[in-house]
Design a protein around this ligand. Structure first.
Ligand code: COA
Length: 260
């Protein structure tokens, strides 16, 4: 399958998806949103893929936002559909059953920040800059940013960054929990691959159930969430990986999970 604005490389069970419009700082146009939608459908079906890394082409940007030339043509009628269809693509990533790691190699602004927020884990280069600068354009974030940023870094901080449009550097992003880890630009992809491989070496079912349980906290209260956790825990205990994982511990050896 080929994608007009993405590069896809699959190696050692890890898919690296690179948004590839470096001359426009990887801004998300309609084609890129379609390609992202499609690639995650394809990666879901691909049993060789156990984890996904999402990054941007070039050294300057992860994604510098929705394509402002396309935004400029929106009117009220088209805008709701624009926002909802973008939200649907990012929801697909957020609820993806395999781990999705964002390797944020520069600007992650507007839709780029929202895309990073939709990923499960954010690893960043020391040159990364996050921001929700939409108010500079007379709009608000429309791909889930008001919701996900608030949930991740708290309401006061989300208010500050969204209302001032100030950029957040890598150090600050790490301090406030927006970035999981900070690396040099050169180290970033290797470290993202290392983490993806580490996760891919665990029991596949257990990883999927953990993502499902953690993601459910967006929708469920504590009691409902714990009910779901108990059900998913029980499903894990019915897998061969569970038998192998516990037996390997008892026998003091490394587990040989089925998915490898
Ligand atoms: N949409 C469309 N094109 C974009 C873009 C976006 N969000 N962000 C950058 N570009 C394009 C620029 O128009 C320029 O294209 P050109 O060479 O054809 O003129 C190219 O990418 C390089 O960007 P440039 O602004 O020259 O780089 P810079 O280093 O001076 O500034 C930024 C980098 C990220 C600060 C600046 O590009 C910017 O503010 N981008 C918009 C960020 C934004 O508001 N995002 C939210 C959108 S909802």
């Amino acid at each position: 399958m080929s994608y007009k604005t993405l590069l896809l490389n699959i190696e050692d069970n890890i898919a690296v998806v690179t948004i590839n419009r470096p001359e426009k700082l990887n801004a998300l146009n309609a084609q890129t949103m379609n390609d992202l939608d499609l690639v995650f459908d394809d990666l879901k079906k691909n049993e060789l893929v156990h984890a996904v890394i999402l990054t941007g082409s070039g050294e300057k940007a992860f994604v510098a936002g929705a394509d402002i030339k396309e935004l400029n043509k929106l009117d009220m009628n088209k805008a709701k559909e624009f926002s909802e269809s973008g939200q649907a693509v990012f929801n697909k990533i957020d609820h993806f059953e395999k781990p999705v790691i964002a390797a944020i190699n520069g600007f992650a602004l507007g839709g780029g920040c929202e895309l990073a927020l939709a990923c499960h884990i954010r690893l960043v280069s020391d040159t990364a800059k996050f921001g929700q600068p939409e108010v500079n354009l007379g709009i608000i974030p429309g791909y889930g940013g008001t919701q996900r940023l608030t949930r991740l870094i708290n309401s006061g901080r989300a208010m500050e960054y969204t209302l001032t449009a100030d950029m957040i550097n890598a150090e600050e992003a790490y301090r406030i929990g927006l970035a999981n880890k900070v690396y040099s630009q050169i180290e970033l992809m290797d470290e993202a691959k290392k983490m993806a491989k580490k996760i891919a070496s665990k029991g596949k079912q257990a990883v999927r159930m953990a993502i499902n349980a953690i993601k459910s906290t967006d929708q469920l209260g504590l009691s409902e969430g714990q009910n779901l956790e108990a059900s998913l825990f029980a499903i894990c205990c019915g897998t061969e990986d569970f038998k192998e994982g516990t037996l390997a511990f008892i026998e003091k050896r490394k587990p040989k999970f089925k998915n490898k």
